[in-house]
Write a protein that binds this ligand. Structure first.
Ligand SMILES: [Zn+2]
Length: 199
């Protein structure tokens, strides 16, 4: 988990506490939670302990919700692989390589971009999803089964990476911002770049 996210959690906890205090000020009868806690233990009835307790609870709740985000269930329909290929190539983003096909499923249909990947930027094997669990948070990775290189997935686009790559390739094809390459050409790959095979 990044420091930025950690700060967000703390901030959320503080806002939660502030809200609780505000509610208490205007609606003193809302004090029911405090009364319940005072039944549980004398120590918790102490106001500062309660604030701390509330802060900890909000913190862990948010941490849990943060970890739940993106459960891997994609609501998107799996796109059909085009059969009539007009162009093909690959795109580098997020430290991995993505192949793309630009074509249509039926002849004379409109062309669209179809993404496959991610592939390892070192040995070009198809990478597999992986994660490391650190008790309360997770690190999401792509692992290469061949050379075991690992790439950290972008938390900002978790489970939407294909969608983002598709948009980037569409943009680059539209604006002509791509590098034309031969199939056997040796290349130094640049991130966030689309490479189009010469036909
Ligand atoms: Zn590899």
């Amino acid at each position: 988990m990044k420091a930025k996210e950690f700060m967000k959690m703390i901030l959320a906890g503080m806002i939660g506490t502030f809200l609780y205090e505000s509610i208490m000020r205007f609606f003193p009868s809302f004090d029911i939670l405090k009364r319940i806690l005072s039944l549980i233990g004398g120590n918790l009835a102490n106001y500062s302990s309660f604030v701390l307790f509330f802060l900890i609870i909000s913190f862990f709740t948010l941490l849990y919700l943060g970890n739940q985000r993106g459960s891997g269930i994609s609501s998107l329909a799996i796109p059909r692989k085009p059969q009539y290929i007009a162009e093909h190539g690959f795109h580098c983003s997020f430290g991995a390589v993505w192949n793309f096909l630009y074509g249509s499923a039926f002849i004379f249909d409109e062309n669209y971009v179809y993404i496959e990947g991610p592939f390892c930027s070192r040995c070009s094997a198809k990478m597999i999803l992986s994660s490391k669990n650190w008790i309360i948070w997770k690190t999401y990775l792509w692992m290469c089964p061949k050379c075991s290189s690992a790439v950290r997935r972008p938390t900002q686009f978790l489970y939407r990476e294909d969608e983002i790559i598709k948009k980037r390739v569409e943009r680059d094809l539209r604006t002509g911002d791509f590098v034309a390459v031969g199939k056997k050409e040796k290349l130094v790959l640049r991130d966030n770049t689309t490479y189009l095979y010469r036909n």
